[in-house]
Design a protein around this ligand. Structure first.
Ligand code: MG
Length: 236
């Protein structure tokens, strides 16, 4: 019991509660297929492997810049390939729809997600989620509505839709706490990205726990670091 005075545990979604690695990889391959075939039909040769590598770089870059609207990603991808091609609006919409459909279908909860959430509820904690918009309004909540553990949450804030700004703005964190009728000091936030989850939670006055899922360079220091959700029971 290292965290005292905590009444609610708030979570990030992607790569914290659900494993997005497979979903993202399959979604990106679909995008590469759609785009390669469109460009090929224009009579331009394109290497699908290079296209996929560039897409991975764009993913890193856009996440760092917190630009989540995939429609912007696809045109940037064409630009990085040095192609003078303007993607038609209907294709951009179709690509974004396909991306999120595959992303959602193949991004499953981690093996310890449901059991950890149940265990926290049984200990009397209230649960909340603070997750950034997917860039297209409604997409993130649609993805969440398909997750079996959604019912465990007393409140879900989609930053960038329920609030103007995304994480690390303090507003989505403060909104989640106020919806629970709690102060930020009574909440602990669990997330995988130091520069959005940990930075925002700390600025808002919450305790913070970093879950190590990948490598994100950052100087932001959480109160604690774990490598799995089940480890949370060490602190709560
Ligand atoms: Mg995340």
């Amino acid at each position: 019991m290292l965290l005292n005075g905590i009444a609610a545990v708030l979570f990030d979604l992607d790569d914290t509660l659900i494993d997005s690695v497979r979903g993202k990889s399959i979604a990106e391959k679909i995008i590469a297929d759609i785009l390669a075939s469109y460009i090929h039909n224009l009579g331009i040769a394109v290497d699908k492997e290079i296209l996929l590598c560039e897409l991975l770089l764009i993913d890193q870059m856009m996440n760092r810049r917190r630009l989540y609207d995939r429609s912007i990603w696809w045109q940037s991808l064409v630009g990085r390939l040095n192609l003078k091609v303007a993607l038609p609006r209907h294709l951009v919409i179709e690509m974004t729809k396909a991306y999120w459909s595959y992303f959602g279908t193949y991004s499953l909860p981690f093996p310890d997600t449901a059991i950890t959430l149940d265990s926290l509820l049984m200990r009397g904690y209230r649960l909340g989620m603070v997750t950034d918009t997917d860039g297209t309004p409604g997409v993130k909540m649609h993805r969440i509505s398909q997750l079996s553990f959604k019912r465990a949450f007393s409140t879900i804030v989609i930053a960038g839709e329920d609030t103007v700004k995304t994480k690390p703005s303090v507003f989505p964190f403060k909104l989640a706490a106020s919806r629970l009728g709690l102060s930020c000091a009574e909440c602990v936030f669990v997330g995988d990205k130091p520069f959005t989850d940990i930075r925002g939670a700390k600025k808002a006055g919450m305790k913070s726990i970093l879950i190590r899922r990948g490598i994100w360079e950052s100087e932001e220091q959480p109160d604690f670091t774990v490598s799995s959700l089940s480890e949370l029971c060490r602190f709560l």
